[in-house]
Design a protein around this ligand. Structure first.
Ligand code: NAD
Length: 478
């Protein structure tokens, strides 16, 4: 696809809208601008919120069967356009094409899976005298804000449940990855009644404009913990509801009873998939001292053999990091570790100039106080840490302000389950990683978030309970 073939507009009130201002979109594999996206003005935002407010009046009472059917259709359309979307995805996000395709297809499947959820009326009392029903009613207009690491899937996680619950939504992709999401808006343009789904794009100024807008009843946000705090502050002014899916510094703990070679392969992808730009990636790897060297040596081999390059080229497994600020941050972390005299093992980067390529990097047993251990790197640098006892490693794993996910690797499932119970995180995987399903909540504990996404748990976050007391007869008023 040629660069000028990517012509994107915003979806506002059922119409595709351009804007005088634009935001440049850079291909992270080249460092060059290859397309642009509309830069929404405050007036565009007002129009989108007004359209969503009008649409809410009838959408909120539409039969759930109708909403399900339309979400199903939306999923079908995303799947039907998956190849076209994946090609754009790779150019703006940097991920290798087959993995881009996986994300786009995952988004379509998420629409389907969400369409299968229900919002049944609960009954809290049923006597001869009365019945008390609890209905889960929609909130109003939802503000959706999405980051650049999984731009399409995370948009689906917000759009589908918001709409199923009877809300309308105005969604904003990251300024770094607006294209694919806007294309999806174009593809879904005629699916929902106009104003139910609105997608607008812009620069750094748009997020705060949205979170401060009085027309929103709820903000569903995925991004860094620092930004999440700003979002919550802005929401507090109008008591907007919030769901915040934020950062993590996830620990994987490897016990000495596993096969080091087999586990190393899985740890490798758990840490470096998407060039480690995954909120639930392994970001601190704790390996028991008995097998530390064996696991490290295998990981180093995998790192040295990994193919990194432009995601549109065949055979590439790792792309660049997605943007220049992130490239600078992660590079600084690595250089600081080097300057501190820590031992680094690194993979190769492509020889082409200009892309945001960072070699896969393993930092060999740094002190717990090192910045590369303490901070969420969100890039391909993995601290590997030696441990001796279970109690010690659980304490070290939990010694963080984050609480997103974690993993335990062991041949002893009973011991692994006991350790899982002791990890202060919203998700724990045993002998696997990076898994999520449409029915399972993703919940950030501690400063990794507020509220949850996915499944009925996530769907409920787009509703509020409404109790209705219904007498069995009317003699008291006749
Ligand atoms: P970010 O916080 O910089 O930006 C996220 C989004 O917020 C972008 O759309 C951005 O434009 C917008 N934004 C920026 N400032 C804002 C403000 N003041 N008010 C409102 N919106 C604002 O995050 P990022 O760098 O795009 O994404 C990486 C982070 O996201 C990592 O910390 C990662 O762990 C986290 N993440 C979490 C999950 C999860 O489910 N918990 C999933 C993916 C990514």
């Amino acid at each position: 696809m040629s660069a000028d073939a990517i012509n994107v507009r915003m979806l506002i009130d059922g119409a595709l809208v351009a804007s005088p201002g634009t935001v440049d979109v850079v291909n992270p594999a080249t460092g060059k601008v290859f397309a642009s996206a509309p830069r929404a003005s405050a007036q565009d935002l007002d129009l989108a919120v007004a359209a969503a407010t009008r649409a809410f009046e009838s959408w909120k009472t539409s039969p759930i069967a109708e909403r399900k059917a339309l979400l199903q259709k939306a999923g079908d359309l995303i799947l039907a356009h998956a190849d076209e979307l994946a090609a754009i995805f790779t150019r703006e996000q940097g991920r290798p094409l087959p993995l881009s395709l996986q994300e786009v297809q995952g988004a379509g499947q998420w629409f389907h899976a969400t369409a299968a959820l229900d919002l049944p009326v609960d009954v809290t009392e049923e006597t001869d005298a009365r019945r008390i029903e609890v209905h889960h009613v929609p909130l109003g207009v939802v503000c959706g804000i999405v980051p650049w690491n999984f731009p399409v899937l995370l948009a689906a996680w917000k759009i589908a449940p918001a709409i199923l619950a009877g809300n309308t939504i105005v969604l904003k992709p990251s300024p770094f990855t607006p294209l694919c999401t806007l294309k999806i808006g174009e593809i879904l343009r005629d699916v929902f009644p106009k104003g139910v789904l609105n997608i607008i794009s812009g620069g750094d100024e748009l997020g705060p404009l949205m979170t401060g807008h009085k027309g929103f009843a709820k903000i569903t946000f995925t991004g860094s913990t620092a930004t999440g705090k700003r979002v919550m502050e802005a929401a507090a002014r109008d008591l907007k509801r919030v769901t915040l899916e934020l950062g993590g510094n996830d620990a994987a703990i490897v016990l000495p009873d596993v096969d080091p070679g087999k586990v190393a392969e899985q740890l490798f992808m758990g840490a470096f998939f998407n060039s480690a730009q995954v909120c639930v990636a392994t970001k601190r790897l704790y390996v028991h001292e008995d097998i530390y060297e064996a696991v490290r040596d295998r990981l180093v081999k995998l790192i040295e053999g990994a193919s990194m390059g432009d995601g549109s080229e065949q055979g590439v497994l790792f792309g660049p990091v997605q943007n220049l600020p992130q490239f600078n941050r992660v590079t600084a972390l690595i250089e600081e570790a080097r300057a501190d005299g820590l031992t680094l093992y690194q993979g190769k980067t492509p020889s082409s100039q200009g892309g945001y390529f960072i070699p896969l990097t393993l930092v060999d047993n740094p002190p717990d106080s090192a910045r590369v251990v303490q901070e969420e790197a969100f890039g391909p640098v993995l601290p590997m840490l030696r441990f001796t006892s279970v109690d010690e490693v659980i304490a070290r794993a939990n010694d963080t302000e984050y609480g997103l996910a974690g993993a335990v690797w062991s041949a002893d499932l009973k011991q692994a389950a006991e350790m899982a119970a002791r990890l202060d995180t919203g998700t724990v995987w045993i002998n696997q990683n990076l898994q999520s399903t449409p029915l399972t909540p993703l919940a950030g504990h501690k400063q990794s978030g507020v509220g949850v996404e996915n499944g009925v748990y996530g769907l409920m976050e787009f509703t509020q309970p409404k109790a209705i007391y219904i007498p069995k007869d009317t003699s008291s008023v006749r």
